[in-house]
Every structure is written in structure tokens, then in C-alpha cells.
Ligand binder design. Sequence first.
Ligand code: ZN
Length: 114
Amino acid sequence: MSAELKPCPFCGGDAGIRNWQDEELWSHAIVEWQKVHCTECECEGISSCPGYEPDTVQAWNTRAALTPPEGYVLVPVEPTRQMQVAALEGEWNRATPAEVWAAMLAARPEVPGG
Ligand SMILES: [Zn+2]
């Protein structure tokens, strides 16, 4: 399979495909399936048999975007230059930390790949 796999949604590690096969309990036929997994943290996507939807690669690559709960936003670990400029250039006489933080949040970047 040559489909491009997105990195792990939990740790950012590289993803790989594992092919499995086992003997079916009643018919003794050989059953094959595959899973996408993270090579770093070993989390796995859904299992799928060849030819059945949803394709395991498609499911791995179209997982839900990370959505923060109500009242939260995603910010970078290190404030960007724009966020720091917003904090430094405001009129902050008698400003509260919450007001400075609000200016920094307003200057935060879009979440990449979200
Ligand atoms: Zn991972």
C-alpha cells in the first residue's frame, strides 16, 4: 500500500501498517486484516479487512481534529513573536494579567494542520 500516513495524533510519531492473519474459528479459513499503528507509542487505529470500508489508512488519516473544550483554546508552548509583541506594546497602565493574556491570545497563530 502506498498511501501516505499522517503522523500519530497523540505523540507525532511515524505511523506504519501491520498486516495480521489468523485462522477463523469455525470455517478454519485464513482471515487477514490490517491496522495502522504508531511506531513510537504503539497506539492503533481501527482494524479492517482488505477490500472493506472504511479503509484503515483512510480512517487513520481522517480522524477527528483536536477540538478543545468550551472555554479553552490551543496555544503554542512558547509564545510566538506576535504574541509577545502584543503583550509588550499594549497600554498596560493598571492592566490586569487577564487583559494582557487576552491580547496575547488574540495574537496567537492558527493551529497548524488542524
Ligand atoms: Zn504515537
